[in-house]
Design a protein around this ligand. Structure first.
Ligand code: C2E
Ligand code: MG
Ligand code: MG
Ligand code: MG
Length: 278
């Protein structure tokens, strides 16, 4: 185990021989204790139901509140956590924390389902399904409370096993969503095989929707494809009113983006809901 870890550190070290190397190595070491030291925090971004005009879900997005470096965004440490074999611990923490937050909101009269992001490593862990289902039972929440967002790439690395795990979760009533759709390497044949109910169009196709004829073609074709396959669609990266209305007119089911709200800490979510038209 130790030798394996050392080898990984060596690989990461070799990849990054520049001024940041020491910094990065230090981060790798610190990440191991970040969970125990309660340095991780969840922000929540509203997912708006475009038909009901109501926020029904929030996506939990992790940040690392580092004692010296301030807030570190997930793109800067999730890849390290993945390489270090820390994603099972991280995902478990995220799931626990966000279900507790769901219960806290519920006690304040706020009903918000939670979407969490899972990674390839979670789907490789044979105990993952059991853990998720046991946790839901233990916390006493309805299974519909949780949506799992999975990128295409998390499935592609070991499709057979991933699909097996996802089927168990889907059959138990969990909602599964394909994240960042359009940026990965999955084929339509693979998409058809995935037991998901929702497809999230990547923000890179949505951000410039109002000024890009190509993006409009991509998004409207994706909406048709998804709807014909019986999937509902979430558009992420809605940054202006034009894009929001364009998507509503074309029957997109849900929307998420800075125009609606940035990810907020849990306390601010209640204020935001109280002051928003949704
Ligand atoms: P994601 O799951 O695709 O999450 C959406 C990302 O887009 C978030 O970045 C969000 O803040 C950002 N975003 C939302 N609306 C807009 C918009 O209108 N414009 C722009 N430009 N960006 C927008 P964030 O929070 O930095 O997270 C980045 C990625 O890190 C996430 O992408 C997800 O893949 C990963 N991540 C975050 N939390 C977790 C986690 O708990 N577990 C795992 N496995 N991955 C996570
Ligand atoms: Mg996501
Ligand atoms: Mg995404
Ligand atoms: Mg993303």
């Amino acid at each position: 185990q130790y030798a394996k870890k050392n080898k990984l550190e060596q690989q990461i070290y070799n990849q990054q021989i520049d001024g940041n190397t020491l910094d990065r190595l230090q981060l790798i070491n610190e990440l191991k204790s970040a969970i125990d030291n309660e340095e991780l925090v969840l922000f929540y971004q509203p997912k708006l139901d475009l038909k009901l005009k109501k926020v029904t879900h929030v996506e939990a997005l992790v940040r690392w509140r580092h004692p010296d470096r301030g807030m570190i965004p997930p793109d800067d440490f999730i890849p390290i956590a993945e390489q270090m074999g820390q994603m099972n611990a991280l995902t478990r923490w995220v799931m626990n924390e966000s279900i507790d937050q769901y219960l806290k909101w519920k006690s304040q009269g706020i009903e918000l389902c939670i979407a969490i992001n899972i990674s390839a490593e979670n789907l490789k862990d044979v105990h993952f399904c059991r853990y998720v289902l046991d946790l839901i039972t233990e916390k006493g929440v309805p299974i519909e409370v949780l949506t799992l967002e999975i990128t295409e790439d998390a499935v592609v690395s070991d499709p057979e096993n991933a699909i097996k795990q996802l089927k168990v979760l889907k059959n138990s009533g969990l909602k599964l969503s394909i994240d960042d759709y359009g940026t990965g390497y999955s084929s339509l044949a693979q998409l058809k095989q995935l037991p998901v109910s929702e497809l999230k169009i990547d923000k890179s196709f949505v951000q410039n929707l109002m000024v890009s004829a190509d993006d409009q073609i991509i998004v409207s074709s994706t909406l048709q494809l998804a709807h014909n396959l019986g999937l509902s669609v979430v558009a992420e990266g809605i940054e202006d009113e034009g894009a929001l209305n364009w998507l509503i007119e074309r029957g997109c089911e849900m929307g998420q983006g800075y125009y609606l709200s940035r990810p907020l800490d849990a306390e601010k979510i209640a204020d935001w809901l109280a002051n928003s038209p949704y």
